[in-house]
Design a protein around this ligand. Structure first.
Ligand SMILES: [Zn+2]
Length: 393
């Protein structure tokens, strides 16, 4: 059950606000900025064990207009017609922000440097945004809320290697859309952030040579430390131990191919999901493989599955799953729109692998076998190679 609190109630929780509940409200909203680690907006108030459906992750210091308070989240108004929900821990009131009916966009510059292309656009304020990936043709679409076009030129420099075209559309009076067409079919990721009031979309270029050994691969062993993951169908074994064994074999196998490998953990340590996301952000891997073991309330459910959140990252997960099923594992499926923490970053293609179901006796037997760890590592490696090879067609 969701309980809506009166707005006067929220405002009075902020010491910066001089109004008391007994005084009439001068304004029925509160301005502030995003803060703390990994601020994100949810579409609605739905939730499951992985949290509510996310609209976007955001940079910090983005102007937010709170219009209601519901349990642990604020309802925020992004534009006249668009609303979203922001965790309270990600909001800091700032009464110095002057609200305007609209903010103007300025000129753009599109250019490339080593590994990344950049689209930079000046703006009056650090406004909220959301992005989606599109395929066939491959595009990145970014909506900036509260923005009205005053973009009168877009300078494009030939150093840009991945951004083929960039243009805008004013899709609503106060929603400004940036469309980036990519040169390559494969999305290699992008990051959105602000430099002062300039909006930056940094687009990863497709590597010039599509060889496995040229890639930096991040390998994430799920769970660890206090977070044990699931348990076995018959054994007293824990997911966290086996995800690490699979990850270690994958690291070995990739290093045999001269790949640079980064492991999010190499011991039985507790690392939260936001910590992993931030570690990976620093590492700037080309791709991420996260390894988990699945569990179901029904012990007959079994098989391998791979997961992605963004459509542009789907192909890697399909090639990896195809190879895993060659081990005689049933195909549980390739799952999209998945709300898992490490599927959230847009910065690099990522693939969550749920190798098999620890809750199923036959799958469990395989998982306990060290030979199977090596086979899975080899198949994931083959899957990555297939993915790269397909891009060269
Ligand atoms: Zn898990």
């Amino acid at each position: 059950m969701i309980r809506f609190l009166c707005l006067a109630g929220i405002i009075c929780t902020f010491q910066s606000c001089a109004q008391s509940v007994n005084e009439p409200l001068k304004e029925n909203f509160l301005m502030g900025r995003t803060t703390d680690t990994l601020p994100h907006l949810d579409f609605g108030l739905g939730e499951d064990r992985l949290g509510g459906a996310k609209m976007t992750f955001l940079d910090t210091l983005i102007a937010m207009k709170v219009v209601d308070s519901i349990k642990e989240v604020y309802k925020v108004q992004l534009s006249r017609n668009h609303f979203a929900y922001l965790p309270k821990k990600n909001f800091k009131a700032d009464t110095s922000i002057k609200t305007q009916p609209y903010y103007l966009t300025g000129s753009w510059k599109v250019y490339g440097e080593d590994k990344f292309d950049y689209l930079k656009m000046s703006l009056d304020e650090q406004l909220p945004y959301r992005s989606i990936q599109q395929i066939n043709p491959s595009r990145i679409v970014v909506d900036v809320f509260g923005a009205t076009s005053n973009t009168n030129w877009i300078t494009q420099v030939s150093t840009a290697k991945e951004i083929k075209n960039a243009w805008s559309e004013q899709i609503e009076d106060d929603v400004f859309r940036i469309i980036i067409e990519l040169k390559h079919e494969q999305h290699w990721g992008y990051s959105i952030y602000y430099e002062e009031k300039k909006l930056v979309i940094r687009v990863k270029q497709q590597p010039p040579v599509l060889d496995l050994e040229k890639l930096k691969v991040a390998v994430d062993a799920g769970h660890g430390g206090d977070n044990s993951g699931t348990g076995g169908a018959t054994c007293r074994c824990l997911e966290k131990k086996y995800t690490l064994l699979f990850a270690e074999e994958l690291k070995k196998r990739l290093e045999e191919e001269k790949v640079t490998v980064y492991m999010t953990r190499e011991k039985d340590t507790t690392i939260s999901m936001p910590e992993r996301v931030l570690m990976l952000r620093d590492q700037e891997p080309d791709i991420l493989i996260s390894i988990h073991l699945n569990s179901s309330d029904y012990d007959t459910v079994h098989g391998a599955s791979t997961y992605y959140r963004y459509i542009g990252f789907r192909p890697l997960t399909q090639y990896v799953l195809k190879r895993l099923t060659e081990l005689g594992l049933a195909e549980f499926g390739n799952v999209g729109n998945f709300n898992f923490g490490l599927s959230g970053p847009t910065d690099y293609p990522n693939c969550l692998v749920e190798v098999a179901f620890l809750s199923n006796k036959d799958d469990e037997k395989r998982v306990l076998n060290p030979q199977f760890h090596k086979q899975v590592a080899a198949k994931i490696t083959e899957g990555i190679k297939d993915w790269l090879k397909n891009m060269q067609r």
